[in-house]
Ligand binder design. Structure first.
Ligand SMILES: CC(C)(COP(=O)(O)OP(=O)(O)OC[C@H]1O[C@@H](n2cnc3c(N)ncnc32)[C@H](O)[C@@H]1OP(=O)(O)O)[C@@H](O)C(=O)NCCC(=O)NCCS
Length: 174
């Protein structure tokens, strides 16, 4: 279990699947996070649950509030031991819990873990250009814009840029 200032990051359990079913079928969340736009069945969520964390290059954590409420997921993926890199992605699935500092704290907590425990050197994120909250959130955690994949993501009938944000271990305060 990883403990931040406002969140706890631990494992996703079977009791959490109902929330994931809801989030996985939330159109706005799908749009903002760039998830696949197909609706998801209970069986697909179950399969996801059974196979998550079986791939050594990714690790998913539940985001819980200090009093134990399950509000989202955060993942390190594309973990590259040779070059010391990993990608971070997250959702605060519960809409009413956004903009309360949980996303920022979850990112800071997992980045600290990546640098201090996994001996990684760089963490990056891919953010859709129209996702203002995510852009602000990563900047607020000390990530810098490193570049753009131009018109790389089709959503809402248009091609959108994907912004690459990154942070190197010596830039991380915490
Ligand atoms: C993006 C997301 C992870 C941010 O987490 P959050 O808990 O809502 O954000 P926080 O409260 O930690 O805020 C972090 C910063 O972003 C800013 N911010 C948050 N929501 C914002 C919004 N809707 N518009 C503008 N800025 C916003 C905050 O003001 C804060 O800035 P500051 O530190 O300079 O004051 C969360 O909103 C979310 O899960 N959204 C839906 C899914 C998604 O977009 N995932 C990211 C995919 S890359």
């Amino acid at each position: 279990m990883l403990t931040g200032a406002k969140v706890i990051l631990n494992t996703v359990e079977r009791a959490d699947l109902t929330a994931n079913y809801r989030w996985g079928n939330d159109r706005e969340l799908i749009r903002l996070s760039g998830m696949h736009p197909y609706p998801r069945s209970g069986w697909e969520i179950e399969k996801w649950f059974q196979t998550m964390n079986t791939n050594p290059t990714s690790r998913l954590f539940a985001i819980r509030t200090g009093d134990g409420r399950y509000i989202g997921n955060i993942e390190l993926s594309n973990i590259d031991a040779r070059c010391g890199g990993a990608e971070v992605g997250l959702v605060i699935g519960e809409k009413g819990e956004r903009c309360k500092g949980y996303g920022r704290d979850a990112i800071l907590t997992i980045v600290k873990f990546a640098f201090d425990e996994m001996r990684l050197h760089r963490v990056f994120a891919r953010v859709l250009e129209f996702n203002e909250a995510a852009v602000k959130c990563f900047k607020s955690c000390g990530f810098r814009e490193e570049g753009r994949e131009r018109q790389a993501f089709f959503s809402g009938g248009v091609y959108n840029d994907v912004i690459i944000f990154g942070i190197i271990e010596n830039e991380f305060p915490g």
